[in-house]
Design a protein around this ligand. Structure first.
Ligand SMILES: *Cc1c(COP(=O)(O)O)cnc(C)c1O
Length: 283
């Protein structure tokens, strides 16, 4: 694999958010703009793929296979990675086929991905269909030990004088990686976008052990940032996105980053994190 074969915006930009609500509490907030790494493999999706692509190549694989829902960013990014790095790709999609394909799946097919569908019961077991073997299997959401090692690299791109690193959590792979790379004086704070996702705490520990042999205790997950559940957009969240856009010119992704940022500002307005220097990762 030649990562330099396509232009990647690395290290991703780090930009400060200037906001009265922060200044009033002596807080500095910087955004790690991983969302700008590559238009087709944004953020943590690229970081998670990097060492998996290398492992697939090393293992002599020509085909990547992965799992996801019909709107999965990971499915899109895997299709793009296959296109750019010369792998066939197969996406095993949860549920029935709906035609015409939505934008995510149409994009994946446009990048050469073969789609196959499993009903929700069959999907749960994540079987690899016989006709697509041999292949390099990426888990749903893309998080495994290789992915976590890739995500850890975000931390070294930031000058070290910050206190807290925030990220949104889907599978927890990003949190597992960044937390493992922090210094002794630093903490990671994840915001779960799924409702009642308490399994994530065990999952982050498992991913850290998988990647590095042991788990760290320098992170916590906020389970009150789901705003009603995965991909829900209640009025409070919609208003926050609009207001943040007007103030800072950045349109936050409503599934992940807006929930993190809105929950972070809620905490700050309650008096949490006063005086801290915070880095929030956008993916
Ligand atoms: C996938 C994704 C996440 C979640 O990352 P995990 O490592 O699965 O926790 C967060 N933000 C965006 C934009 C994503 O696409």
């Amino acid at each position: 694999m030649r990562p330099s074969a396509i232009p990647l915006n690395l290290p991703s930009p780090l930009t400060e958010v200037h906001d009265d609500r922060l200044r009033a509490r002596g807080i500095r907030l910087l955004l790690k703009r991983d969302d700008l790494i590559h238009p087709e493999m944004p953020g943590n999706k690229w970081r998670k793929l990097k060492y998996n692509l290398a492992a697939a190549k090393e293992g002599g694989h020509q085909r990547l296979l992965t799992f996801g829902g019909a709107y999965s960013n990971h499915i899109r990014a895997t299709a793009a990675a296959g296109h750019h790095f010369g792998f066939e790709t197969v996406g095993v999609i949860r549920g029935e086929e709906h035609l015409p394909l939505n934008d995510s799946l149409a994009f994946a097919v446009g990048r050469g991905m073969t789609l196959t569908y499993l009903d929700r019961t069959a999907y749960r077991l994540k079987p690899v269909p016989e006709q697509f073997r041999p292949c390099y299997v990426l888990p749903e959401g893309g998080s495994n030990g290789h992915a976590v090692r890739g995500c850890a690299e975000l931390v070294a791109e930031i000058p070290a004088d910050f206190d807290v690193l925030c990220c949104a959590c889907g599978t927890g792979g990003t949190l597992a990686g960044v937390a493992a790379a922090l210094g002794d004086h630093q903490q990671a704070l994840g915001f779960a976008v799924l409702k009642g996702a308490h399994f994530l705490d065990d999952e982050v520990r498992r991913l850290q052990r998988d990647a590095f042999g042991s788990a760290t205790t320098n992170w916590t997950i906020d389970h009150d940032a789901h705003f009603g559940g995965y991909a829900k957009r209640p009025p409070e969240l919609a208003e926050f996105i609009e207001d943040f856009q007007v103030r800072h010119g950045i349109t936050l992704d409503f599934v992940y980053e807006a929930k993190m940022m809105c929950a972070l500002f809620r905490r700050i307005e309650k008096g949490d994190l006063a005086g801290a220097k915070i880095v929030a990762a956008l993916s």
